[in-house]
Unconditional design. Structure first.
Length: 592
């Protein structure tokens, strides 16, 4: 196939689903908006084996145009839409997990939808298919899960519409979901995203062949309207960067394809091709039904409403967004994260650097990051929750960690700002009495390392504040090896002491005699990094300070210093005499 036409749709087709199963619920299903279905049929596929305890099940939720075929079952099977993610040895490992992927209610790949036969009339539903909600989709899928004898899901995973369904699962059935992984999604659609869906539906509804939704009976399809709807969709799935990379160099090199749409430019050929392929495998009424369901979804339009909705959840969360996704922008994922943090839920989050736009979660470009995050998160859920495993004791990452651990009582709630690779958090977690530990870290490689360790970490910039957290939400807030890197010390410390009853600060002390000697005798800046000294040009430090500087700052700002520990890291000992001169690292416990 011409590389120009390559897309996340390339692996999808209308071929028979060789390994599909069918679940029939023969009793009436009442829907949230007042409709009723006299029976419901759900097509689904499974991978791997359900264990004897039936507690290794992972439910995968597809996007609007997806279906149950998430991955190939064998070498003779068709490629699935998330082939990179699901399979033996892959992040969602079918050697370990029992994976279930249903085609949603309202879809057109076997599950009850507008193109299904209405048992009450003997004809296809068409526009008689009742309006459904995301809640209806989850309720019906829950019936399927019940039929499999599964009382609790190890995880629910999905992107886009699938991410919305994941959110609904975690809040509607909180006692049945151990973990949730929503990708590239949000608590509600933006008005911009709604606008694209409205135009797409209007394109379908105004197609002469739509015939009020009863085109089945006439043997026609609203091909033009559905193709235009899909073209609009593809525009929103790509980013500006990915479109420039894909089309700019061949802007005027159109491809000749059989189409009634404009193909003057290469991007036009691409969109016409994608629209035409979509018509071959998808139903226009289903597109209307499913886009309406996601557009009506709203977990909360204000922080308070969102907190109220998410407070119902009882699972651990891994939320992933993609930097160039403008259909579900990263700030919408951060709204979810902030609401979860405010309600003391266990959450990890990363904004994956990507040029791929909304389709990033389906593509291999950043798979090394987001795929490994999902692998590690699921593995730790399985190990800790199901096996009762405890993280193995690790050698301290830094010498100051042991002293900081001694300052934090067992059972304390701790927030670690700039938690790095999670060394301190990992040791806190090993003390099982510790009720809650959370990390904040800006570097995605360190976020990944923390997730690999089974820790809860949110990617965020301390310089933006801690507005997601309430006053004194934590017993201790730790700022270790980070103070010298922040831009606004007063602001960050104010936030730290607002959120924590007490704060613990550690930093390299410029007053140390070796640093003074190097500067005075050699005329060179000191190397201040705790364990891997950096030069002045490659350190992340933006300021240098002494113990005396910090003590003076505290007295000036009305900050109480409760305890000070001074360390000579080279001699591995605590300093009692003249710490400003004899210690290269200092740790202070402070409050307001």
């Amino acid at each position: 196939m011409d590389a120009l036409f390559d897309s996340t749709d390339a692996v999808r087709n209308a071929n028979p689903l060789k390994h599909a199963c069918e679940f029939l619920y023969s009793s009436p299903v009442n829907l949230e908006r007042g409709g009723c279905l006299s029976e419901v049929r759900i097509t689904y596929e499974t991978y791997g084996e359900l264990n004897l305890r039936k507690d290794n099940a992972v439910l995968i939720c597809h996007a609007i145009s997806g279906d149950s075929h998430v991955a190939a079952h064998d070498e003779l099977d068709n490629t699935g839409w998330w082939e990179i993610m699901v399979g033996p040895g892959k992040p969602i490992d079918t050697d370990k997990y029992f994976v279930i992927c249903p085609n949603f209610l309202g879809g057109c790949r076997g599950s009850t939808g507008p193109d299904s036969i209405n048992p009450d009339t003997g004809y296809q539903y068409g526009l008689d298919f009742p309006e459904i909600t995301v809640g209806d989709i989850v309720e019906v899928d829950c019936l399927l899960i019940d039929s499999l004898g599964i009382t609790r899901l190890l995880s629910v995973v999905g992107g886009s519409l699938g991410g919305v369904v994941t959110l609904e699962w975690a809040t509607r059935f909180p006692d049945r979901v151990l973990s949730a992984i929503p990708l590239a999604t949000a608590a509600h659609m933006t008005s911009q995203a709604l606008a694209f869906d409205i135009v797409a539906r209007n394109a379908i509804l105004s197609d002469p062949n739509y015939l009020g939704g009863r085109y089945y009976e006439k043997g026609v399809i609203p091909a033009s309207g559905l193709a235009i709807a899909r073209m609009l969709g593809h525009i929103t799935y790509l980013s500006r960067e990915s479109m420039m990379k894909k089309f700019d160099s061949t802007r005027n090199q159109a491809r000749k394809i059989e189409t009634a749409f404009e193909t003057k430019f290469s991007v036009g050929s691409y969109l016409a091709y994608q629209g035409g392929k979509f018509v071959e495998r998808f139903d226009a009424n289903s597109y209307v039904v499913l886009t309406t369901a996601i557009d009506n979804f709203d977990l909360g339009s204000t922080p308070i409403e969102l907190q109220k909705s998410l407070k119902r959840s009882m699972c651990r969360w891994l939320i992933l967004s993609f930097t160039t996704d403008w259909l579900f922008p990263s700030f919408l994922s951060m709204e979810l994260v902030n609401a979860l943090l405010a309600t003391d839920k266990r959450v990890s989050y990363c904004d994956i650097p990507s040029e791929c736009g909304h389709d990033g979660f389906l593509l291999p470009d950043e798979f090394e990051i987001y795929g490994e995050m999902i692998r590690s998160f699921l593995s730790n859920i399985s190990f800790e929750v199901l096996s009762g495993g405890v993280l193995q004791l690790e050698r301290p990452d830094r010498i100051d960690y042991e002293q900081i651990l001694d300052l934090i009582p067992r059972g304390a709630k701790v927030l670690d700002l700039g938690c790095g690779k999670g060394g301190l958090l990992a040791r806190l977690r090993q003390r099982s009495e510790c009720s809650r530990v959370q990390g904040i870290e800006i570097k995605e490689k360190y976020v990944l390392r923390c997730i690999e360790r089974g820790l809860d970490v949110v990617q965020a910039d301390l310089n933006d504040g801690l507005h997601a957290f309430s006053d004194h939400q934590f017993d201790f807030v730790v700022l270790s090896k980070t103070l010298q890197t922040v831009r606004d010390v007063e602001f960050v410390l104010d936030e730290m002491l607002r959120v924590g009853v007490r704060g613990i600060v550690s930093f390299p002390n410029l007053g140390f005699h070796e640093h003074r000697r190097r500067l005075m005798n050699e005329g060179q800046a000191p190397k201040l990094d705790f364990d891997d000294a950096k030069e002045w040009y490659n350190t992340s430090d933006v300021r240098f300070l002494t113990l005396k500087d910090f003590e003076y700052f505290c007295s000036k700002k009305g900050i109480n210093v409760h305890h000070c520990i001074a360390i000579d890291t080279k001699q591995q000992k605590q300093i009692d005499q003249n710490p400003n001169e004899n210690a290269d690292v200092v740790i202070l416990v402070i409050s307001k």
